[in-house]
Ligand binder design. Structure first.
Ligand SMILES: *[C@@H]1O[C@H](CO)[C@@H](O)[C@H](O)[C@H]1NC(C)=O
Length: 388
């Protein structure tokens, strides 16, 4: 009797721990709740600022993910002397977590290699806390230059005219920044043909876009976690978290944030006033916390925040695929970038997943298999096949 009672109490506690009110329309809410329950301790630790423990956290993520021990980063299709198409991939994880050796990323890259009969190179760039901006960006650039070099193309039989730079989340940020960096480098003769950005993180100025407001508490990427990831990447103090959360760093009395920069992240101007996500009011502070950008100039550095780039720069970047998810704080980052690329004359495909959540493509295989995750990977692979 007492045992049965204990069982009921335990069950109730587990249900209480796992249950989370989620917006209607999100794909398979119970799976998302379970995922959140698995990752909540990690996210809580990040929130508590245990960033010096981030190796531990990363080990936890990798444990859940069953990292495989292969060290080779290059996936090569078998057979044939014909030159291959090729994809350079940067994994996500807030510039702090994850690894190309995670089984989920390995699965994504293997799927691309097989379905496209392409060479896929996955990059293990340095992570927070050992590395902060611009280290991750510079690692990503170095990998891109090596990938496009004559030596590497010859060694792996890559067709230098048919290459793609790609990544998800923070990896999408790196892929966008690398596309811009190479576009501006006249000495770089071989360039990427296309860029494919999967729910990328792209801007630092507004943490009250409609998607940040709508999805601030939707797993697995809560708004305060994204802000914490930004501060750690840019080398900012965690005491700035409430300042950024209040949009005080980009208040109108901050001279380091120019009107031109504001216009590049203005979701009310760049996005159509329709859809469920657009019911929110913008938050623009008249007076904020003085000098934040002065103390942390990386906040307005285009290599960290590619959405802040001038249109002229965007116009020189490759043809683009931008995946966005409805239930993602970063949705509007991606939608604004797609719009600005298009305005700059770039051919853009925006795949918007109406039931998608941040990170869903990582869950495109068992045991975490998510329906929208599978669809996202299929859509991504299809676009690459048709455009690379
Ligand atoms: C934001 O700035 C205003 C005006 O300077 C200030 O009163 C408020 O305390 C600031 N909020 C935060 C969270 O720093």
């Amino acid at each position: 009797m007492r045992l049965r009672l204990a069982g009921v109490v335990l069950l109730a506690a587990a249900a209480y721990y796992i249950y989370l009110p989620l917006p209607s329309g999100v794909c398979e809410p119970w799976k998302l709740m379970l995922l959140d329950a698995v990752f909540r301790p990690t996210l809580l630790a990040v929130r508590l600022g245990l960033c010096h423990r981030i190796h531990l956290l990363n080990r936890l993520v990798c444990l859940v993910e069953d990292v495989d021990a292969r060290s080779s980063a290059t996936l090569q299709p078998k057979g044939g002397k014909k030159l291959k198409r090729a994809v350079l991939y940067y994994h996500g994880g807030g510039w702090a977590l994850g690894s190309m050796r995670m089984t989920s990323y390995d699965y994504i890259c293997r799927t691309l290699a097989e379905e496209l009969d392409a060479v896929v190179m996955s990059v293990d760039y340095r992570l927070v806390p050992e590395a902060v901006f611009p280290d991750q960006y510079e690692d990503a650039m170095a990998a891109a230059r090596a990938f496009l070099s004559e030596e590497v193309c010859q060694r792996y039989g890559i067709d230098p005219e048919r290459t793609c730079v790609s990544g998800d989340s923070a990896g999408g940020n790196l892929a966008a920044a690398v596309s811009q960096g190479l576009a501006l480098d006249d000495a770089q003769k071989v360039k990427f043909k296309i860029q494919a950005l999967i729910y990328p993180v792209l801007q630092t100025l507004d943490f009250h876009t409609s998607s940040y407001q709508q999805n601030q508490a939707v797993p697995i990427l809560h708004r305060h976690i994204m802000i914490r990831f930004w501060l750690q990447y840019l080398g900012g103090d965690s005491s700035l978290e409430p300042v950024l959360l209040a949009n005080n760093h980009s208040a109108l009395d901050e001279p380091a944030v120019t009107a031109a920069m504001r216009s590049r992240v203005s979701w009310t101007a760049l996005l159509p006033p329709t859809g469920r996500g657009r019911r929110f009011e913008p938050l623009v502070q008249k007076t904020g916390t003085p000098g934040v950008v002065g103390r942390l100039p990386a906040l307005t550095d285009v290599r960290a925040a590619p959405l802040l780039a001038e249109s002229e720069v965007l116009s020189r970047t490759p043809k683009a695929y931008v995946m966005t998810c409805e239930f993602d704080v970063l949705r509007d980052d991606g939608l604004m970038y797609a719009r600005r690329l298009r305005d700059a004359g770039i051919d853009v495909t925006n795949e918007h997943l109406v039931d998608g959540f941040h990170g869903c493509m990582v869950y495109s295989q068992l045991p975490m298999l998510s329906g929208v995750g599978q669809r996202s990977l299929a859509s991504y692979a299809r676009w690459l096949d048709q455009n690379l």
